[in-house]
Write a protein that binds this ligand. Sequence first.
Ligand SMILES: [Zn+2]
Length: 333
Amino acid sequence: MPLMSTKVMFEKAMEGGYAIGAFNVNNMEIIQGIVEAAMEERAPLILQVSKGARKYANATYLRKMVEAAVEVSGLPIALHLDHGDSFELCKDCIDGGFSSVMIDGSALPYEENVALTKKVVEYAHAHNPYITVEGELGTLAGVEDEVSHEVSSYTRPEDVIDFVTRTGVDSLAIAIGTSHGAYKFKPEQCTRNEKGILVPPPLRFDILEAVSAKLPGFPIVLHGSSSVPQEFVQIINANGGKMPDAVGIPEDQLRKAAAMSVCKINIDSDLRLGCTAGIRKHFAEHPDHFDPRQYLSDARDNIKSVVKHKLVDVLGCAGKADEILEAYAKASK
Ligand SMILES: [Zn+2]
């Protein structure tokens, strides 16, 4: 089975009121943890690779491992470039077998974003009409690999029809208050609950609704949508870590977005936190261990458990692999 196009995934997700999880992959254990979770839940997956991941692990290693994941799991899995920042990078991924790319021109002036995105879409669709391209309007604050912005700007709903029509993109990432990284909000932007844990400002569902009204049935993407599980933050801090006031997006808000027109939700920091919590705890309990298989197993187990929880309780895509495989088989006849 080839790598899956996100086109069929998004059609089904839109119909069914769920979202596909897009998880960032950087090494074998991360891929295995995600895929084991999805196999147990019969869930579709988008595995995404950033520029930083390509630099760390080499794009060929990552692609081959994702192909191995397809072979081992039999699940519908898309391989997506996260935050492509140039035509050349997107072209390289398309030529190299990715089934989906993002061109992020969101930091450019509007007309330049349109021109760059259109160029990538034209190349991708000429290469293979099933290769999907994600564009972005509006900017997210926070830090993720090489993508970093001090301030955010919400997507302007009045721009979306023009952008989608002129570029031909297959999906659109919008800014409604999500943010990259494990420190999504400064404490002064938040309130604190009774346990002293930061509660971030709510997502701007009014913007999501306005965008969806302008683009009915069009797949919307949310970046920066980790929830920063406090149990992982506590394990990290209890075992030598120092991550005060790490804060994410409440999961009930993401569930609500997934039931609307949001078809792809990007999650990276929560996997990093699970990985780090597993390793820190392992070393605290077993100071004599030095075999990477020992502590990386704990990291992988945590990644698997956090992904299972996301598939079932946040994205709503557990059990949806087979309807996507059927739809894909029908579409490619
Ligand atoms: Zn992102």
